[in-house]
Design a protein around this ligand. Structure first.
Ligand code: DGL
Length: 272
């Protein structure tokens, strides 16, 4: 019984950490496409091809349910995958919806018409591909009216994190926040719309100041997954072993992952 967790690289580990804590009895198979990260500067076809290859690898590992712990893949590829690629007995879920439900004060599966919500000015920080897909605004429009979203494509941040250059990541985050605040001086809420960003969440919080509510995905996704598995226990799949797979160099990736999560994360080469 294993659930797959997919990301372009190390960012999905922030989600993995939260789902493991929330569901300690569920084995998780993590797939990081470190050889092809970052996805955020790729075109939608490229992201679709890479995401389907990685998710297929997780299906082959015995996962019937895969979480795309990658906003870029969720934004650029998920809908197309669900419409024509995911086999009937498998499920692939993205990470946008739990976040948007939290922002719009909705419960899972509440499909009532869009309505006014508490927040009116929202800052979205995400990769260039996620921002240009406008997937966040689309999902939000299904649930809320009258919310002004200002999106900041955060070029370079994922690259810096993947390289382990946290000084560069810090400087880039501050400059992206500054640039957004010039266009929207008083957001009430900020969305960290990339699973790499919780690794620099304190920098976002510091640069945004204490009056901005920061929405970060890992705990929201963990809650949504617990709820989903409660209602669909059969989707835990046939796999029984937790493991970490990468298309990159397993030694290098393990060392970075261990540094981020502060526990030993032994990656092995993905069979892809
Ligand atoms: N961590 C991913 C996301 O949530 C992907 C970032 C990237 O590869 O550019 O968007």
């Amino acid at each position: 019984m294993a659930v797959g967790v997919f990301d372009s690289g190390l960012g999905g580990l922030t989600v993995l950490e939260a789902v493991t804590k929330r569901l300690p009895d569920v084995p998780f198979v993590y797939f990081g496409d470190n050889a092809h990260t970052p996805y955020g500067v790729r075109d939608p076809q490229d992201i679709y091809d890479l995401t389907t290859a990685g998710v297929q690898c997780l299906f082959d590992e015995g996962c019937d349910l895969v979480i795309l712990a990658c906003n870029t893949a969720s934004a650029a590829a998920l809908r197309r995958m669900q419409e024509g690629w995911v086999p009937h007995e498998k499920r692939v879920l993205g990470v946008f919806v739990p976040l948007i439900e939290a922002l719009t004060e909705r419960k899972w599966g509440d499909n009532s018409p869009p309505r006014e919500v508490g927040v009116k000015h929202v800052a979205l920080f995400a990769t260039p591909a996620t921002v240009s897909s406008r997937a966040f605004q689309r999902e939000l429009a299904f649930r809320a009216i009258g919310v002004d979203v200002e999106a900041q494509p955060c070029a370079g941040v994922v690259d810096a994190i993947e390289m382990g250059d946290m000084i560069l990541a810090d400087a880039l985050v501050r400059s992206h926040v500054e640039s957004l605040l010039r266009r929207m001086p008083k957001p009430e809420a900020a969305i960290l719309g990339c699973t790499h960003y919780p690794l620099v969440e304190d920098v976002f919080r510091d640069a945004l100041g204490p009056d901005v509510a920061v929405y970060s995905q890992p705990d929201l996704v963990a809650e949504a997954l617990a709820d989903y598995l409660g209602r669909h226990p059969a989707m835990r799949g046939a796999g029984t072993e937790s493991k970490f797979l990468t298309t990159g160099d397993p030694r290098r990736v393990s060392s970075k992952a261990t540094q981020f999560l502060r526990r030993s994360i032994p990656f092995e080469a993905a069979d892809i």
